[in-house]
Design a protein around this ligand. Structure first.
Ligand SMILES: Cc1ncc(COP(=O)(O)O)c(C=O)c1O
Length: 423
C-alpha cells in the first residue's frame, strides 16, 4: 500500500509538501488530509471486493463530512451513508446522487424523515416498529412510497471497544433479529413502504473477519425465514466497521517502534466471506465504510506550548486539545504521535496533553518520544476519521482549519474559526 504521508530526509511530508510548511502557512492546530491517500483507500476496497458481484460502497459521512472530501469521495464512485438531515444535505451538496444515499439512525425526527422523502433519498433504514409506522405516515402525507431497509440487530459481538459496538442485543440499534420477521411482515403490508432490503451494522474498528462472518450467517438465516413468509428483498447492507491500524503508521529508526499486538483485518478473507455468503442470489450488496476511507489520510499538526515536570512525570503540553480530537478522551484510543522533524535526540517517556480543563485531555499517556521543546511541531497520526467530525467548541476553543493536499498543492477546505463564530 502506498503511503502518502511519510518522512523524506527526516522531514514529514503530506504528499509533496513538508508538514512544517503547512503549519507555518496555516497555523496550528491544523487538520491536514491527503487526497491521494483517500483515493488509494477507495482503490484498495474496490480491488479487493471486486470478486463480489453487484457490490457498492456507501461512504459513512459521520467519519468525516468535510464537503471537499465528500466531493472527492463521490467523484470516486461511492454512494453515501447518512444519519441526519444535515448529512443528507451535505451529501447532496457534494455531488452524491439522491438514489445513492441511505439514511440510518435510531432516532430520526419527522423533520429528518420529511427531508429524506422530499429529496428522494435511495433507502431509509428503519430501526424500530414505531419508526416503520412513522415512515409510512410521513410518506403517505407526501403521497410517496418510501424504499425501506430493515436494520436487524444480529446479536453479534464485534469484539471492538464497547463504545463502538452496535450489534449486541443490549445495544439500542436495529430490531432484534428474533422479532424482525414480524416487523418485516408489518412493513410489507404498509401501503407507503416498499421493503427493499435488510441492513446490519455491528460496530466500528473491527479487526477480525469472524464477527462479519457471523453477521452474514445471521442475515442469511433471516432472509430464508423471510422467504418462507413470501417476503423477498433485493438489497443487503452490511454496514461499516472495517478497522484500520493505528500503531506504527510511520516507521523510522529515529522513532520508537510501537509494540504492535494490533490485529489487522484480512480484507481478502472478508471479501470472500461476503461473496460466498451472499452473492449467489443476485442481491445488491452494500457496505458502508467510513473510517477505512479517511482515517489514514489525516494528521493533526500541533505545536508544543510547554514542558512541565511534575511528580516524576513529564508533560508535553500542546496547542491541540480534546475538543479538536477527542478519540483518546472518548475511547482511550491510541494514536501515534511523531515529531514533524526527526532528530537524533534521545527518547523519553512523556504524557502529551492538551490545554483543556479536563484530565482526559490527553493524546498519549506515558509515551516514548524523542525529546521535544517549546515551539516544536508534532503530528498526531491517523485522525482523518472521527477527528474533526467529533470536534467541539468546549472551553470556547476555536475549531481548527482543515487543509486538503493534492501532490504539491494545498488548499483550505474549512477555515479556522474566529472569535465571532463563538457568539
Ligand atoms: C450504520 C453505520 N454505518 C457505517 C458506519 C461507519 O463505520 P466505520 O467508520 O467503522 O466504517 C457506522 C459507524 O458507526 C454506522 O453506524
Amino acid at each position: 500500500m502506498t503511503s502518502h504521508i511519510r518522512y523524506d530526509n527526516k522531514k514529514l511530508f503530506v504528499e509533496d509538501i513538508p508538514a512544517a510548511l503547512l503549519a507555518e502557512k496555516y497555523g496550528t492546530p491544523l487538520y491536514v488530509y491527503s487526497s491521494n491517500q483517500i483515493a488509494e483507500q477507495f482503490r484498495i476496497l474496490k480491488d479487493t471486493f471486486d470478486i463480489v458481484p453487484n457490490l457498492k460502497f456507501l461512504y459513512a459521512l459521520k467519519a468525516n463530512s468535510n464537503s471537499e472530501l465528500l466531493k472527492l469521495i463521490s467523484s470516486l464512485g461511492a454512494g453515501a451513508d447518512t444519519v441526519s438531515a444535515g448529512e443528507i444535505f451535505l451529501a447532496l451538496r457534494s455531488g452524491f446522487a439522491p438514489d445513492s444515499i441511505s439514511f440510518a439512525g435510531v432516532g430520526k425526527t419527522d423533520y429528518d424523515l420529511d427531508f429524506a422523502l422530499d429529496r428522494g433519498i435511495g433507502t431509509i433504514i428503519a430501526e424500530s416498529d414505531e419508526e416503520l409506522r412513522a415512515i409510512s405516515e410521513r410518506a403517505a402525507a407526501m403521497s410517496k412510497t418510501a424504499n425501506v431497509s430493515l436494520r436487524i440487530n444480529p446479536d453479534v459481538d464485534a469484539r471492538t471497544h464497547p463504545h463502538i459496538s452496535t450489534g449486541l442485543k443490549e445495544n439500542k440499534f436495529g430490531i432484534n433479529i428474533r422479532d424482525a420477521v414480524g416487523s418485516a411482515r408489518a412493513a410489507a403490508k404498509m401501503k407507503n413502504i416498499r421493503l427493499v432490503g435488510i441492513h446490519s451494522h455491528i460496530g466500528s474498528q473491527i479487526t477480525e473477519v469472524e464477527p462479519f462472518a457471523e453477521a452474514v450467517n445471521s442475515i442469511r438465516e433471516f432472509l430464508a425465514k423471510l422467504s418462507r413468509d413470501g417476503i423477498e428483498v433485493s438489497q443487503i447492507d452490511l454496514g461499516g466497521g472495517i478497522g484500520v491500524r493505528y500503531k506504527n503508521a510511520l516507521k523510522d529508526r529515529l522513532l520508537p517502534t510501537e509494540t504492535s499486538e494490533e490485529p489487522s483485518i484480512d480484507l481478502r478473507t472478508l471479501a470472500k466471506v461476503v461473496k460466498d455468503g451472499l452473492s449467489s442470489s443476485g442481491y445488491e450488496i452494500l457496505m458502508e465504510p467510513g473510517r477505512f476511507l479517511t482515517a489514514e489520510s489525516g494528521i493533526l499538526l500541533t505545536r508544543v506550548l510547554y514542558r512541565k515536570e511534575s511528580s516524576g512525570r513529564t508533560f508535553v503540553i500542546v496547542d491541540a486539545g480534546m475538543n479538536d480530537m477527542m478519540r483518546h478522551a472518548l475511547y482511550s484510543a491510541y494514536h501515534q504521535v511523531v515529531p514533524v522533524e526527526l532528530g537524533e535526540k534521545a527518547f523519553e517517556l512523556v504524557d502529551i496533553v492538551g490545554p483543556v480543563c479536563e484530565s482526559t485531555d490527553v493524546f498519549a499517556a506515558q509515551r516514548e518520544i524523542s525529546r521535544v521543546d517549546r515551539g516544536d511541531l508534532l503530528a498526531i497520526m491517523t485522525v482523518g476519521a472521527y477527528g474533526y467530525s467529533l470536534a467541539s467548541n468546549y472551553n470556547s476553543r476555536l475549531k481548527p482549519a482543515e487543509i486538503l493536499v493534492d501532490k504539491d498543492y494545498s488548499r483550505i477546505v474549512r477555515d479556522r474559526e474566529n472569535l465571532e463564530d463563538l457568539v
